[in-house]
Design a protein around this ligand. Structure first.
Ligand code: SF4
Ligand code: SF4
Length: 183
């Protein structure tokens, strides 16, 4: 960890375990998330992945996660069951906690980095009504490390989505999962 990261402290939150972030939004996943969950659970990608249209999933229309299918633009996310993520238990615990997607690990933190790649500012993601409370100041080293990993895995996945989109392939979910090396 470099000196700037070690010197700077940010607002830390204490999760209220309300489960809203596992219930309301669609959770986007990358191929790295899907591979990790397949390896840990023995499930096939199609057992827990679903593709969502922009009517079902509010996300920046220019984001790299939009895949061109013959039926239109879709994004890869976790399946839902009874309006919640299929991996959320009845006691509001994640059934795949050790293997959960990167976006679940970093929520609700968002970090701005300076030109040297050091964390400069931390915001909280307002996509849901998060019931977290303030816990004091921290270097947030694990959270910042996860955000850096998440950004790298997002970039790698978006590169694959872009390759699919530019190739003019006209398939759907099944063909895209095969293109990624799943199922
Ligand atoms: S994978 Fe786990 S942490 Fe992520 S939304 Fe589902 S239940 Fe919540
Ligand atoms: S919405 Fe906020 S308080 Fe509720 S489970 Fe998610 S991070 Fe925790």
């Amino acid at each position: 960890m470099n000196k700037k990261t070690a010197d700077k402290k940010f607002r830390q939150i204490h999760c209220g375990r309300c489960g809203t972030c596992c219930t309301e939004p669609v959770v986007p996943v990358t191929d790295s998330d899907v591979r990790r969950i397949c390896d840990a659970t023995g499930k096939k990608a199609s057992d827990f992945v679903r593709f969502y249209s922009d009517d079902e999933m509010s996300f920046d229309p220019d984001a790299g996660l939009w895949i061109t299918f013959k039926t239109g633009k879709m994004a890869m996310g976790l399946k839902k069951r009874a309006e919640a993520c299929m991996f959320l238990s009845s006691t509001i615990c994640c059934k795949i906690y050790e293997h959960r997607p990167m976006t679940c690990r970093t929520f609700p933190y968002m970090v701005d980095f300076d030109e040297h790649g050091n964390p400069e500012k931390v915001h909280l993601n307002k996509i849901v009504d998060c019931k977290s409370s303030r816990k004091g100041l921290s270097h947030l080293d694990p959270e910042v490390s996860n955000i850096i990993i998440e950004q790298k895995q997002d970039d790698a996945y978006y590169g694959k989505v872009s390759k699919w989109n530019l190739s003019g392939k006209k398939g759907g979910a099944k063909e895209f999962l095969t293109f990624l090396g799943f199922d």
